[in-house]
Design a binder for this molecule. Structure first.
Ligand SMILES: [Zn+2]
Length: 318
């Protein structure tokens, strides 16, 4: 694994449950620049074959449009096998994705080295290189949305751990007797602060509505958002303590609630660090918006994608 990105252009794809976003970035002497980006709806109900065709077609078009693209990076929700370029079990995409080869069909279609990465880790890499995490020594990233993703970066590099699963802050247990989580555990951070749970606790159907009502003085909404921020703060405090972080970057759709959630989160972190110096820990909103995942996937591809061996024909025994 090399952390030295190839100079030139790099394609990043961000596969979500509803949208496929892509971007082409240029890397030059340590700086990154976005050259192009677009998104389209993705036919997840159509199954992996249909979605893979979409990924291949999108990659082909982007590579044609931007000559000189050197690598492809693909961000996927859930777990994956970096070595084999296959997806694990992305909860939002469905069981049929278990063990699906993704990098090889795309690499073969466009003739370029291709790498997979978890979408939250891609978000973190983008924020680290050109967003709110720039210059951070130890960064914690949280993506608040329909689920809760996370990432940690140490000494300027996203830390992937044994299997690419490092940084899953969403499944850190916050309350041993808490509500059920999609992962099978109880009381995970995600079980408290994923979008639908925040809305439910706020007596609304969406987080946006909760923020609106809170602004109008609705006590239930104020309390629901406050509680979400508080649980988020507990999880953040645990990780900040663990890796001695100097920057915490919070992104994702729910983060648009802004200070209604970030404020109480900061307060909670401060409360749990009473007596220790916390002045050097910044808890800030992400900067790259909805494109962070695609940008980070492109950077990941640039940093780690290596040419794949030509595919060997399967041996057929008769
Ligand atoms: Zn969980």
């Amino acid at each position: 694994v090399t952390a030295r990105p190839l100079p030139g252009r790099h394609l990043g794809l961000d596969l979500g449950a509803t949208n496929l976003k892509w971007t082409v970035v240029a890397h030059d002497d340590g700086s990154w620049q976005t050259l192009d980006r677009a998104q389209q709806t993705v036919d997840v109900p159509g199954g992996p074959d249909v979605v893979l065709r979409q990924l291949i077609e999108t990659s082909r078009q982007a590579v044609q449009r931007w000559p000189g693209v050197a690598t492809v990076g693909i961000g996927v929700p859930g777990s994956y096998d970096a070595e084999n370029g296959t997806t694990g079990l992305p909860v939002n995409l469905g069981r049929a994705w278990m063990g699906r080869p993704v990098t090889r069909p795309i690499a073969e279609a466009v003739g370029l080295p291709t790498a997979l990465v978890n979408d939250a880790r891609a978000f973190g890499l983008a924020e680290l290189r050109l967003g709110a995490g720039r210059e951070a020594r130890a960064m914690v990233g949280v993506v608040l949305g329909t689920g809760v993703g996370g990432v940690i970066a140490l000494d300027g590099r996203v830390y992937h751990g044994r299997d690419g699963g490092a940084g899953e802050i969403g499944h850190m247990t916050i309350d041993p007797d808490g509500p059920d989580c999609n992962c099978g555990n109880k009381g995970c951070l995600e079980a408290f602060v994923r979008a639908d749970r925040i809305a439910a606790a706020s007596g609304t159907s969406t987080v946006v509505e909760a923020v609106e009502r809170a602004s109008n003085g609705d006590a239930t909404a104020i309390e629901g958002l406050l509680r979400a921020g508080r649980y988020l703060g507990i999880a953040i405090a645990n990780i900040v303590l663990m890796i001695s972080a100097d920057r915490v970057v919070v992104g994702g759709g729910v983060a648009e609630a802004g200070e209604r959630i970030l404020g109480p989160a900061r307060e909670e972190v401060r409360r749990r660090f009473e007596g220790t110096a916390l002045d050097d820990v910044e808890i800030v909103a992400a900067e790259l918006g909805i494109w962070a995942g695609a940008i980070g996937a492109a950077i990941h591809g640039a940093e780690v994608a290596t040419p794949i061996a030509p595919s060997t024909s399967p041996v057929v025994w008769s």
